[in-house]
Design a protein around this ligand. Structure first.
Ligand code: GLY
Length: 286
C-alpha cells in the first residue's frame, strides 16, 4: 500500500494580462486539486490525472483546452500526453483541433498499438472515438492573436500516486501562441511528460528548452539511478539555469513526496497534496 499523493500545475510564469492574478490562479488550482483528490481517494492515479487535467482544460484562465492560445494562422492546435508509470507506456496527441479535452484523446490512444497521433489525423481519430466537435477559442485569445501576442509559458499537468503504488503523469497545452503553424511543443514528448514505477514528471515553460534538455526524462532517469527526487530536480534545474533555459515542473516519487521546481525567472503555478498536507505556490512563496 502507498500513501496517495497528487500534484498539479497550471503553467509557468507570466500572468496573462490584467484579468488574471496569482490569487485567481491559486483559487482555481486549489479547487481542481480538491476535486482530483476525491477521485484519487475513490479511484486510481490514471483517473485522478484525467480529472485534474480535464478540469484545467475547462478553466479558460489556463492555456490548454478551452482558452488555448492561437497559432500564427489563427487556429488553436493543442497537444496532450499521458504516461503510465507502471507499464512505462506513453500516449499523446499533437496539434489536435476542435476538441474539448485533448487529454481524453491521449487516454483513448493509450489502448492503441500506435499511441501518438498528430494534426488532422488526430482530430479525425477523436471524432471516430466519439469526442464531440468543440471550439476552444475564447474572445480573450482571439484578441490576443489580433495583437500578435506570443507567450512563452502556459501548459497544465498533473502527476498522481495511488494507494496501489501506481504513478501516472499527464500534460496538456495550447502552445506558446503565434507560433509557426504546426510547431510541436514538448508536452506530448517524453521531455515534457514522463513516468515510470518510481517517479512521474510534467513540465511547463519554453518547449524548445524542455526538449533540448529532455527535462522530464532526465529527472526520472536520475531517480531511477538512485538520486532522491529533490536532488534530481535540483541538479537538473542547476544544469538548466547554466544554459539559461526557462521552464518549470512538477514531480512525485513512489514514496509519495510531491515537489515543484523552476529555473530562474519562472514561477511554476502548482498545488499539491501528499503526506505533508496540502500546499501550493502561494504558500511556498509566502
Ligand atoms: N511547454 C509548452 C510549449 O512550449 O508549447
Amino acid at each position: 500500500m502507498s500513501q496517495p499523493a497528487l500534484i498539479i500545475h497550471g503553467g509557468a510564469g507570466a500572468r496573462e494580462g490584467s484579468h488574471t492574478t496569482y490569487a485567481s490562479y491559486a483559487q482555481s488550482l486549489r479547487r481542481i486539486l480538491a476535486s482530483a483528490w476525491q477521485t484519487l481517494s475513490a479511484g486510481d492515479a490514471r483517473e485522478a490525472v484525467l480529472t485534474a487535467v480535464r478540469a484545467l482544460e475547462d478553466d479558460p484562465i489556463f492555456n490548454a483546452g478551452l482558452g488555448s492560445r492561437l497559432q500564427r494562422d489563427g487556429t488553436a492546435r493543442m497537444s496532450a500526453a499521458l504516461m503510465d508509470g507502471d507499464n512505462g507506456s506513453f500516449s499523446g496527441v499533437i496539434n489536435i483541433e476542435r476538441v474539448r479535452h485533448p487529454i481524453d484523446v491521449a487516454d483513448a490512444l493509450h489502448a492503441e498499438r500506435h499511441r501518438v497521433l498528430a494534426g488532422a489525423h488526430a482530430s479525425r481519430y477523436a471524432r471516430d472515438a466519439g469526442l464531440a466537435d468543440f471550439d476552444p477559442v475564447t474572445p480573450h485569445r482571439r484578441a490576443e492573436h489580433e495583437q500578435q501576442l506570443a507567450g512563452e509559458h502556459g501548459t497544465v499537468g498533473a502527476v498522481a500516486l495511488d494507494g496501489e503504488g501506481r504513478i501516472w503523469a499527464g500534460t496538456s497545452t495550447g502552445g506558446v501562441g503565434f507560433e509557426i503553424p504546426g510547431r510541436v511543443s514538448d508536452s506530448a514528448t517524453v521531455a515534457g511528460t514522463y513516468a515510470d514505477g518510481g517517479v512521474g514528471v510534467s513540465c511547463t515553460g519554453i518547449g524548445e528548452h524542455i526538449v533540448d534538455h529532455a527535462g522530464a526524462a532526465r529527472i526520472a532517469t536520475r531517480v531511477i539511478d538512485g538520486l532522491d527526487l529533490e536532488a534530481a530536480i535540483q541538479r537538473t534545474l542547476d544544469e538548466a539555469d547554466a544554459r539559461s533555459f526557462e521552464y518549470g515542473l512538477i514531480a512525485l516519487d513512489r514514496g509519495g513526496l510531491a515537489l515543484a521546481g523552476s529555473t530562474h525567472g519562472v514561477t511554476t503555478l502548482w498545488a499539491a497534496r501528499d503526506s505533508h498536507g496540502s500546499r501550493d505556490f502561494v504558500d511556498a512563496s509566502a
